[in-house]
Design a protein. Structure first.
Ligand SMILES: NC(=O)c1ccc[n+]([C@@H]2O[C@H](COP(=O)([O-])OP(=O)(O)OC[C@H]3O[C@@H](n4cnc5c(N)ncnc54)[C@H](OP(=O)(O)O)[C@@H]3O)[C@@H](O)[C@H]2O)c1
Length: 313
């Protein structure tokens, strides 16, 4: 089967499409014919060698964590989902592999794809929408009626965070560049700010949860606007986040990091929300598997509106 692979860390030109053996579905896995994958900054960071201890130091490496497709075979111990089912999911292991024609997927890391979405739209969901859901619901423990600021709201995670925050009953303020203000409003932002013109941190604005999706603010910067029991949640594992996480462990105002987990139950909830129109995938661009270098280069610009999709025919 064809798969995106690379033999050393580096720029997008290390990426290649090669023939590799078709995966086999192991225990508690299904074999999926992948139809679409979505890329994330994580793919770029790993390819650049930023996490050598986590991704295993061995080559060749595979690409992609988000996928959608059809079940082709069931592994030992699996009775669901049936062969032929449309499914989507996120690979938890750092080994990746969504950008390939076939994938052995853990049943605990997939769900039935939303019936109203194309494969491309379904692939846009997993990692980014799971991150938004788990950051707001589980890490921030955001109560209904909370005022949330989503910083970096027009990217992969941000567009889902807007809709999920609204669904959880929040008043939502977003930050983006000028060109994405209308997008943020169309997704449900009550207030859309331009981070170049407006104050991202404004002590006059109520903020119970500050979701730093882009990751260039800090708990210390944001603290003056956080309410008495407010939470700052970052997506980016920087040193200052860990330090403040430790020092606010017992405080009412908290600094936290979200670490996304692939969970079938959460994927099913997100699929239900997609089917009822609460979650609408935003697709920045589509590339064929053969154009994996260009696809990753687009993610690397950090200017994508929503998700970069790789279609796999
Ligand atoms: N910890 C975890 O489990 C986890 C999970 C998922 C993602 N992440 C991390 O979360 C971050 C965001 O992920 P993503 O998928 O949303 O990334 P992304 O899709 O690449 O984000 C692109 C967005 O970033 C915005 N942006 C660019 N420069 C900005 C700036 N200076 N200030 C504010 N926003 C800016 C852009 O908006 P404009 O064009 O409007 O400026 C663009 O829409 C990444 O660092 C990723 O690695 C972590």
């Amino acid at each position: 089967m064809k798969a995106a692979v690379y033999d050393r860390y580096g720029e997008p030109d290390v990426l290649q499409i090669r023939d590799v053996p078709v995966s086999r579905a192991g225990r508690n896995q299904v074999l999926v014919r992948v139809r679409a994958a979505a890329l994330n900054p994580k793919d770029v960071l790993i390819r650049r060698g930023k996490f050598p201890l986590l991704d295993g130091l061995t080559f060749p490496k595979r690409v992609g964590y988000d996928w959608s497709g059809e079940v082709r075979a069931l592994g030992p111990g699996v009775s669901w989902p049936p062969v032929g089912a449309r499914v989507f999911g996120m690979i938890q292991a750092w080994t990746a592999g969504a950008c390939s024609e076939y994938l052995a997927a853990n049943v605990s890391e997939l769900a039935l794809a939303p019936e109203n979405l194309s494969f491309e739209q379904a692939a846009a969901l997993p990692l980014a929408s799971l991150t938004a859901l788990q950051a707001l619901r589980d890490v921030a423990r955001m109560p209904a009626g909370a005022h949330v600021t989503i910083h970096g709201a027009s990217g992969g995670v941000g567009v889902f965070a807007i809709a999920i925050a609204k669904q959880l009953g929040a008043h939502v303020t977003t930050t983006s560049s000028d060109g994405n203000l209308a997008l943020c409003r169309s997704l449900g932002a009550d207030v859309a700010l331009d981070y170049r013109q407006d104050r991202v941190v404004d002590p006059e604005r109520r903020c119970d949860v500050f979701f730093d999706v882009y990751g260039n603010q800090s708990f210390q910067q944001v603290q003056p606007m956080l309410s008495a029991q407010g939470t700052y949640v970052s997506t980016v594992p920087k040193r200052h986040v860990f330090v403040r996480w430790a020092t606010t462990a017992l405080s009412r105002q908290r600094c936290r990091l979200v670490i996304v987990h692939s969970r079938a139950k959460d994927l099913s909830l997100l699929a239900t929300w997609a089917e009822s129109g609460i979650l609408k995938p935003v697709i920045d661009s589509r590339f064929s598997l053969a154009d994996i270098r260009e696809a990753q280069a687009r993610v690397e610009t950090r200017r994508a509106r929503g998700k970069v999709i790789v279609t796999i025919d």
